[in-house]
Design a protein around this ligand. Structure first.
Ligand code: GDP
Ligand code: IMO
Ligand code: MG
Length: 422
């Protein structure tokens, strides 16, 4: 397989996990390069549902090497729990999982600070997953973070953690929060360190050996383009580069070794957490929630929903260099009579055909819609392009054209088999 970067083209939860699982069949390695356990990637195989947070979704297929790259922030206790949970479901995890020794660690003070800052912000909160992601990347950028290398070096870890707990307890006290017990955190993290040590490696060297052998590598993006720290709807974003460039920095594989970028998007739009969502629509949200769909895989929060926004997805094609599109959740629109697609924004007299950077301007934007006739036929049994109703095909072709990329995959259900390769 050509080395492939897979990214979310919207606000996360586009169905990346499902498409990764499909594409993994052709790959030798699957690599996570950014984010942490704020991600929740769902894969359905033969009626069994798996939710992956830190472990690459490729782990569900046999004989694939899965790498947690240097750009990921790892909560080691949560990673141990995830590995144990997967093992209980019968998934083999041993030498097929590799953890970068330079990935940064998430600690309980990061989670506590995440929660405290959200409370402090009040109505201006970001709506984070409270997994400590922002504070952990903050420590990384401030050059005060601890890494996997430190975790598996008991003497060094003890000294470093003692200082970090002391410093962060002062900050927590200022927020009026409970200080943390060094003894408790140390014991928990040392146990996780011992458990994880056999998985730890220099993943940059490992990936370069794979590139030299000509292995096919799939880079599993987390979150989505509009949650990118640089290209998203700042400050309502996550703290990593979720766009294609993050795959290079987060793995050490250089840009000229990347062959293709696949963008995943839903046939409509969702977002979880705060921040602007121009096409948000209560009716479509009620319809999807009544179907039992669009509840967060990590936090269980109901996702905000809206019509497809081609201004956003075209922007995503531009900043990621998306070659191919995978459109998921096509079946979510099966019962809709008239489907709307946003083809421009209006802010008073001003019209935009791109996403404005100013968050206040974007929040004021009202979508300009094109309308498409609904197909009003169940699509979940379609397996080939020609099985889809003509109106569905027209709709999908229009989404690809408006998004400025080639339609490659359509997904009509959560199952592995409910996938149409075009
Ligand atoms: P990710 O974070 O991008 O991997 O996406 P999530 O797993 O958080 O959310 C996507 C949701 O849509 C999950 O519940 C998937 O099982 C589900 N899903 C993915 N593709 C389809 C599809 O084509 N149809 C339906 N009905 N569900 C889908
Ligand atoms: P996957 O990989 C959807 C959102 C949060 C919040 C913002 C910042 O499953 O697509 P954070 O905890 O990262 O500091 O929260 O980003 N968010 C996601 N939304 N899918 C995700 O991951 C997300 N990861 C973070 O809801 O708005
Ligand atoms: Mg998700």
């Amino acid at each position: 397989m050509a080395n492939t970067i897979l990214v979310g083209a919207q606000w996360g939860d586009e169905g990346k996990g499902k498409i990764i699982d499909v594409l993994t069949e052709q790959a030798d390695l699957v690599v996570r390069t950014q984010g942490g356990n704020n991600a929740g990637h769902t894969v359905h195989i033969k009626g069994q549902k798996y939710i992956l947070h830190l472990v690459p979704s490729g782990i569900l297929r046999k004989n694939k090497v899965c790498v947690i790259g240097n750009g990921v922030v790892v909560d080691p206790v949560s990673l141990v729990q995830e590995i144990e949970g997967l093992r209980k479901l019968g998934i083999r995890i041993d030498r097929n999982l590799v953890l970068s020794e330079t990935a940064h660690l998430v600690f309980p003070y990061h989670r506590e600070l995440d929660a405290q800052r959200e409370t402090f912000k009040g109505k201006n909160k970001i709506g984070t997953t409270k997994r400590g992601i922002g504070p952990a990347y903050g420590d990384k950028a401030a050059r005060t973070g601890l890494r996997v290398l430190d975790l598996i070096n008991p003497e060094r870890f003890k000294q470093q953690l003692e200082l970090k707990i002391k410093e962060n307890n002062e900050i927590l006290k200022a927020f009026g929060a409970q200080p943390l017990s060094f003894k408790q955190v140390h014991a928990e993290y040392r146990a996780a360190g011992d458990y994880l040590k056999p998985f730890v490696a220099n993943t940059v060297i490992l990936l370069h050996q794979a590139v030299r052998r000509g292995d096919g590598i799939l880079f599993e993006g987390a979150q989505g383009t509009f949650l990118d720290i640089d290209h998203g709807t700042y400050p309502f974003v996550t703290s990593s580069n979720t766009t294609a460039g993050g795959a290079c920095t987060g793995s050490g594989v250089p840009p000229h070794r990347m062959d293709r970028v696949v963008g995943v998007m839903k046939a409509y739009t969702t977002r979880v957490g705060e921040g602007p969502l121009p096409t948000e629509n209560a009716e479509i949200a009620d319809m999807l929630h009544a179907m039992g769909r669009e509840f967060g895989a990590t936090t269980g929060r109901p996702r905000r929903c809206g019509w497809f926004d081609s201004i956003a997805t075209r922007h995503a094609s531009m900043v990621n260099g998306i070659d191919e599109l995978a459109v998921t959740n096509v079946d979510g629109l099966d019962s809709v009579e008239t489907i709307k697609v946003c083809i421009g924004y209006r802010d008073g007299a001003k019209r935009y055909d791109y996403v404005p950077n100013d968050i206040e301007a974007l929040s004021r934007c009202v979508p300009i819609y094109a309308e498409f006739p609904g197909w009003r036929t169940p699509t979940h049994n379609a397996r080939k392009w020609k099985d889809l109703p003509a109106k569905t095909r027209s709709y999908l072709k229009a989404l690809a054209e408006l998004s400025d990329a080639k339609l490659a995959i359509a997904s009509v259900g959560p199952g592995r088999e409910q996938t149409i390769i075009i």
